[in-house]
Design a protein around this ligand. Sequence first.
Ligand code: NDP
Length: 499
Amino acid sequence: MSALDTSSLSATIMQQQHQDKSNAKRNGSIASHLANGGQKQYNKAVDDKIDSSVHMEFGGPVGTLAMMIFFPVLMFYFWICLEFHNGHMIYPSLETVTSLPALKEWVYVELIKRVIDHAPLTTYGSTIYLGFIAWSIFCAYVMPGPRTKGLPVPSLGYQQLEYHCNGLSSWYVTLALSAVLHITGVFPLQDIVDNFGPILSCAVLSGYAVTLITYFWTVLFGTPHRMSGKFFYDLFMGAPLNPRIGKLDLKMWAEIRVPWVILFYISLSAVIKQYEMTGHVTAAQAFMLMAHFLYVNACSKGEECIPTTWDIFYEKWGFMLIFWNLAGVPFTYCHATIYLLNWQQNHGYPMTHHTGYTIFVYTLCLVGYYIWDTGNSQKNRFRMELAGTYIPRRTFPQLPWGHIKNPKYIKTEHGAYLLTSGWWGIARKIHYTADLMMALSWGLICGFDSFIPYFYVCFFLVVLVHRVTRDMERCAKKYGKDWERYCKEVPWIFIPFVY
Ligand code: NDP
């Protein structure tokens, strides 16, 4: 970003902050809005239409079947490249491709045999993964935390489901327990990276198993939602909207409590392993730990905001979310961590960068984090205030501008409100941009020798662009002219003055 862009962006932010303050004077407060009846009117006809219409995405049944096969294969492929080829992508030569026996031999030796030999299901690897899952479920049931209500669910007659937000206490207790297990030698944390292959296999199989069980259980005994009638498509998108076992909301648990915590422990394990090998920790390896700590901590400290996000109120619980949360996110987003560790093992010395470059990458991540944290927080708290579910929390860290008092908004005919203050007055999806800044920094800390650490940011860009398209289509349908008004008022999507 040029100096000119930076200065005009900071001018926009200052203007926005100033506007927020004057809006506070001009508009009624959210409290007065609630006193006047709050958001009680919904356009049921529109919501029913959204809930009953199935618009095939992801290439329909064929595309989703391909993804269900292709994603896990890709995960193993990247692991093989990282583990045995120093992060370089392997492929068969032209000669091999043109001869079927040679190609079969290549696939067996380079891919299948690697998995059989180095990523078999082992008792120890499965105990680590499933033990963590069991512990996480246990914490979700017993740990203390506030309770909050989600957005009104149209298919449940606008009922607001309750969510037990004990993510933060679970996170702190897990940190304390793992420290004890590590220090006492009961479970040395470096065992996670040392058993990466077997843990990965266990996670992948768990992702498939939970997908199938959830789907058949819902179809046979539950309430399938927004179904297309095409088996593979429905398996991918999911059957239930709000799967629960007692008070435990499985979708929210899987989204928050599993992927980011495992990701953090992979990075912690790598840092401990590096320290064990060399007696010190490099800025690059520590960076990954910091980046993953920030993510898991943010999800835990602001968990009460998660019920208002798209995954929780709209997406169903199918392969897309289940597999991605149980296996995809932790074992794909950790590429940079594993790459750095293996790089050191292969070269005999750790990867280091020029100090200026390292500072730049740290800054990129931290600035991205600030925008991401406060952006999500501004919108989610705004929505919670309107729904009367806002709970002020003192969880660490509470960043400045994370909560806008008396914001500016558009009251839609549908009944919902669209925030146009704070980051939401600057760009409509600036929190996606911020997430991408963090993802890019995870790649940059690995230098430029391998594409694999950049896979996450490239993949994530595609995911978020696709998500924006889906979201915009849905919102345009839901809000009609009000959405057009909102888009006129906040014309930029990702980057102000650019796009
Ligand atoms: P959003 O937080 O953008 O939620 C979209 C919904 O918010 C819309 O459908 C609409 O819902 C509502 N909305 C849109 N604009 C406004 C507005 N101006 N005011 C009030 N409500 C509005 O998206 P996500 O839930 O997808 O993302 C949340 C975060 O999670 C993001 O930071 C994203 O980067 C991150 N994420 C990370 C992933 C990862 O793998 N690392 C994957 C996916 C997301 P309604 O119908 O209620 O109006």
